[in-house]
Design a protein around this ligand. Sequence first.
Ligand code: XUL
Length: 464
Amino acid sequence: MFLGLDCSTQSLSALILDAREGNILHEASVNFERDLPHFNTSSGFVHGDEPGEVFSDPTMWLEALDALFAKLVADGVDLSGIDAISGSGQQHATVYLNDQFGPTLASLDPAKGLAEQNQPCLTRALTPIWMDSSTDAECEEISAAAGGNDEVCRRSGSTTTQRFSGPQIRRFSKISPDAWSDTSVVHLNSSFLASVVAGESVSIDHGDGAGMNLMNLATGNWDDSLVAATADDLADKLPTLAPSDTITGTVSRYFSEKYGVNPDAKVALWSGDNPCSLVGMGASSPGKMVISLGTSYTLFAAMEQPLTDPSGFGHVFGNPCGQFMSLVCFSEGALALEKLRSELDITWNQFSNAALSPEDSPVRSLLDKQFTDMKSRSTWMSESPSTIYVTGGASQNHGICQTIANIFNANVQRMGTSASASLGAAMRAAHATGTFTLNELEQKFTQPAPDSLVTPNPDTAKNY
Ligand code: XUL
């Protein structure tokens, strides 16, 4: 059995699969706003005092991790059968820790909680997440110091981007220099939680590492020039980088003693949610394009060569199965749909009908705008797939799928599971042990949902 965890903006989820039989055995989730209300988040985040600041709380993720394992045990899952664990995390979020992090993880007490034991290791109480846009000045400073944005893009796969870790790290080093000098390691959401599960401070994987404006795409190592342009002493505070399928060791004693996890369960590096979804959608080799319709919309595909977007809007991340992936992110995504739906006071069914109707409506205008924009922002990828695979909450909506099919003039197909990030994480865990090939896992777990094929309407498609 293989366990995939996914720490998204709104929740922490688990998916357990039986790779031999090809079954998903169990899924469970802890919702930050609903299940941990004392953190006072709305959908898992809080706004800061300064313009553009959006934070999450790493101690909330840790409390959720304890709550999730407790839930799995209460659900009757026998965790002694877990062979390997991996995970997926919302991308870009940085966690700042002092030199006690390693020793704390090495001696976690199962009688106490993860949050209370790790809290003293944090040099920054909150973590800026991917929705944060407070780093305009830092983006400019880094690109000026590193020889301009074309150079930053050539090295890291993206121009300096507000939500990316490098600009976020620079801002923290400027506004809190003392806390910055107390920081001995900067983790991502993914590598922080991987460290907790493994019981030692582990590497950042190439998939998520590429979303930092700090990793050199060509070498897979930290880029000296970008690191120097970002913050003083940063080179000493970054974990090493490693391939996503690296097994870091076995699960921390904390989880085996407290929740009965197999003490020999291997831990594979975690990756970002988009790289994990690439795997969970069966799209880890080139040829498939995926649109994920979650809080943010993302469009991504595996890539052999690191083509970059000359307009600076798209990104290149590491493909957890090797080589690269392209990504375009629209941060408003489903939030904008929900806002319009509640303003119009209609149900999702009515929303879908409005999208399908030939008559003009605010619904049609919004969807047309979102997806024509998405299409024009994705031309740099040079992909014109015959089928686009969709996932995420809004992919259940027929009107939205039909709009995508018409605008992209391609078939649209929903996948059997909507939990593509945790599924991808569990598949990566199975693959990293060397027992299963990715091909076998994709055959078993990434089949389209029956009757979910939507074909373009030739009359409407020709208008786009
Ligand atoms: C990608 C991005 C988002 C987050 C969502 O660059 O910022 O898709 O990964 O969790």
